[in-house]
Ligand binder design. Structure first.
Ligand SMILES: Nc1ncnc2c1ncn2[C@@H]1O[C@H](COP(=O)(O)OP(=O)(O)O)[C@@H](O)[C@H]1O
Ligand SMILES: [Mg+2]
Ligand SMILES: [Zn+2]
Length: 242
């Protein structure tokens, strides 16, 4: 948006968009068109609501180096997912990035989200831990719980990062955590709403943690489950951050 410091009139200093004077419309004689600033505003609102920070906006496909074949395949699959989103049809359309830490799972997941947001598709980023914590702590207040649950249920694309991270207590995942997660996943499963999921546990481990959850997630992402395993490369450990 243009800053209007150089302008003299008192009123126009308060105006954000010179093209439409913040009316959102440009009048051309007897008809009007929607001003471009409305699109920018929509994008800003979408980004704000997405939970994706400015730092995460730099995690793009362009900045994802794919110098070995497994990374090339992963990047290709993630790009295909993002590129095919609009024409996805009415089946399940989720994607999972699973496996070793530092492989760039979150980076690719965010790159997908950034692509979708650029196409004005609403995405909500959350970690599994944050989502489950919010759902559980809001349970004492029915209205707050409903609002939180609705947010995770209804968003067009839910990006769930770090599935089951730090979730183990005494060898298993707490049943209250699984219940909270199931409520969201089952809803999205029934409505065929897409999720982009990252996590260290591979599919066999997911089944071991919770079969009902795992089977839904795996069905939702069938054909789009990318597993990183035994890659001799760890950006985080090499310190090549951002
Ligand atoms: N192939 C890659 N190209 C560029 N940066 C990468 C790549 N893989 C990982 N990174 C960067 O390394 C850091 C760790 O990656 P991240 O996506 O968090 O890994 P994971 O989620 O698999 O643990 C991030 O800053 C990420 O941007
Ligand atoms: Mg990660
Ligand atoms: Zn305008």
């Amino acid at each position: 948006m243009t800053k209007l410091s150089g302008l003299t009139s008192q009123n126009s200093q308060l105006v954000e968009c010179q093209a439409c004077h913040d009316m959102g419309l440009i009048i051309h004689g007897d008809y009007a068109t929607i001003c471009r600033c409305q699109e920018v505003k929509r994008m800003k609102r979408l980004l704000k609501r997405s939970g994706i920070s400015d730092a995460f906006r730099s995690k793009t496909f362009e900045s994802y180096e794919a110098n070995i074949s497994i990374l090339r395949e992963a990047k290709k699959a993630a790009m295909k997912y993002a590129g095919g989103f609009m024409a996805r049809g009415d089946g399940h359309y989720s994607i999972m990035l699973l496996g070793q830490p530092g492989a760039g799972k979150t980076h690719l997941a965010i790159a997908i989200a950034n692509c979708l947001l650029d196409d004005f598709i609403p995405v909500l980023y959350t970690t599994y831990g944050d989502m489950v914590r919010e759902l559980k702590t809001s349970q004492v207040d029915y209205q707050a719980f409903r609002e939180a649950a609705q947010r995770y249920k209804e968003i067009e694309v839910l990006l769930l990062d770090d599935l089951f991270k730090n979730a183990y207590r005494q060898g298993e995942v707490r049943s209250t955590d699984l219940d909270a997660m199931f409520e969201i996943v089952n809803y999205r499963y029934m409505k065929k709403l897409p999720m982009v999921i990252s996590g260290e546990h591979k599919t066999e481990e997911l089944y071991r943690i919770d079969e009902a959850l795992a089977s839904r997630l795996i069905e939702m992402a069938a054909g789009r489950i990318i597993t990183f395993d035994g890659i001799d490369l760890n950006y985080r450990m090499k310190g090549a951050v951002l």
